[in-house]
Design a protein around this ligand. Structure first.
Ligand code: TYM
Length: 327
């Protein structure tokens, strides 16, 4: 089973990224051949600082390794090291409808946040499709917010195959059963996010344990008393999902366990569990991040392995589309 996913380097990684995605990458190593890409090219589609971008890539590589990605088995690499991503993006643009891109909710949200709306931001989902399709990916572990992009990737692959002959593998999205959409602790109607969230409501992977416990203690909930997962209780539902994800149990089991307890008990239990869950990651992160040369070597080796797969897909795509030399 070939598994591929991408993650943006900019901004500090938070609990939503960790539970919704990173944890799934690590678990994916057991299910199949994992390929994980730090998507620095995606990060250039909104205003950013070029110097910070380089160091953000290292921060993220260290987080992923600290989480338990094994670069001996999985492939971990930086997107811009493999030029085939942008070549395939261009070729897939012709198999993507303008109208499809105008319907992307992430484009609508992000373009509302910026004055200068780059063409890169608009065509971002096609680069994402190229990332996935380049590796003949079967499964794409992502959080719920990437569902529309994965569906677009499937549509583009099917359209390409119908027009140019069976060339691309049509991938499936893989969404974690709990924690595919972790919400902001201060505003549980909004997803936890680096750009749109509140600082107090966002738990970072490298937060100190006391800060994590404090953020959960002050999490916004409703004024009721019942600990139950339901749409009219977004705050409590989010806390139950986070606890279920970090403990590896079900929301139903937690509802039984906390039956009759107060909201304060639940907040404390989640805060302590998350602090314990992230503490070893934070410790390993420190040592890994300090070794910049080691991180670069890991990314370079990953890029070499990624290129070998990408080059073969491009040979087939060029052949099918009639571009480039014969063969
Ligand atoms: P990005 O970098 O915004 O997020 C990385 C991963 O974290 C997940 N995620 C969440 N999961 C649960 N709850 C949340 N609050 C939450 N916030 C983020 C995201 O769903 C994602 O899985 N476009 C992608 C990056 C990308 C990609 C790809 C992904 C580029 N190419 C190819 C998969 C395959 C993005 O911006 O994710």
């Amino acid at each position: 089973m070939r598994i591929f996913s991408g993650i943006q380097p900019t901004g500090r990684k938070h609990l939503g990224n960790y539970i919704g995605a990173v944890e799934q990458y690590v678990a994916g190593q057991e299910r199949g051949e994992g390929i994980y890409c730090i998507v620095d090219l995606h990060a250039t589609t909104v205003p950013y600082d070029p110097v910070a971008l380089r160091s953000d890539v290292h921060d993220l590589a260290a987080v992923l390794l600290a989480a338990g990605l094994d670069p001996q088995s999985a492939i971990l690499f930086r997107q811009s090291d493999v030029a085939e991503h942008t070549e395939l993006q261009w070729l897939l643009m012709s198999a993507t409808a303008y109208g499809e891109l105008t319907r992307m909710t992430q484009f609508k949200d992000k373009s509302a946040q910026h004055e200068f709306i780059s063409a890169g931001l608009f065509s971002y989902p096609v680069l994402m499709a190229a990332d996935i399709l380049l590796y003949r990916t079967e499964q794409v572990p992502v959080g719920d917010d990437q569902r529309q992009h994965v569906e677009l990737t499937r549509d583009v692959a099917q359209r390409f195959n119908a027009r140019f002959g069976e060339t691309l593998v049509v991938p499936e999205g893989y969404y974690p059963p709990v924690g595919a959409r972790i919400m902001d602790l201060q505003n549980p109607e909004r997803k936890m996010s680096t750009t749109g969230g509140s600082p107090q409501g966002t738990v970072y992977v490298t937060d100190e344990p006391e800060a994590i416990i404090r953020k959960f203690r002050t999490a916004v909930t409703d004024s009721g008393r019942e600990i139950r997962h339901s749409p009219d209780k977004p705050g409590i539902s989010n806390l139950l999902e986070v606890l279920a994800a970090v403990r590896g149990t079900s929301v139903a089991a937690l509802e039984r366990e906390f039956d009759g307890s107060g909201y304060g008990d639940l907040k404390l239990a989640v805060g302590e569990s998350v602090a314990t869950y992230l503490a070893p990651v934070r410790e390993r992160y420190g040592a890994l991040r300090a070794d910049e040369q080691g991180l670069e070597r890991t990314l370079e080796r990953g890029a070499e392995r990624a290129r070998a797969i990408a080059a073969e897909t491009m040979r087939q795509v060029r052949g099918a589309m009639g571009v480039g030399p014969v063969g």
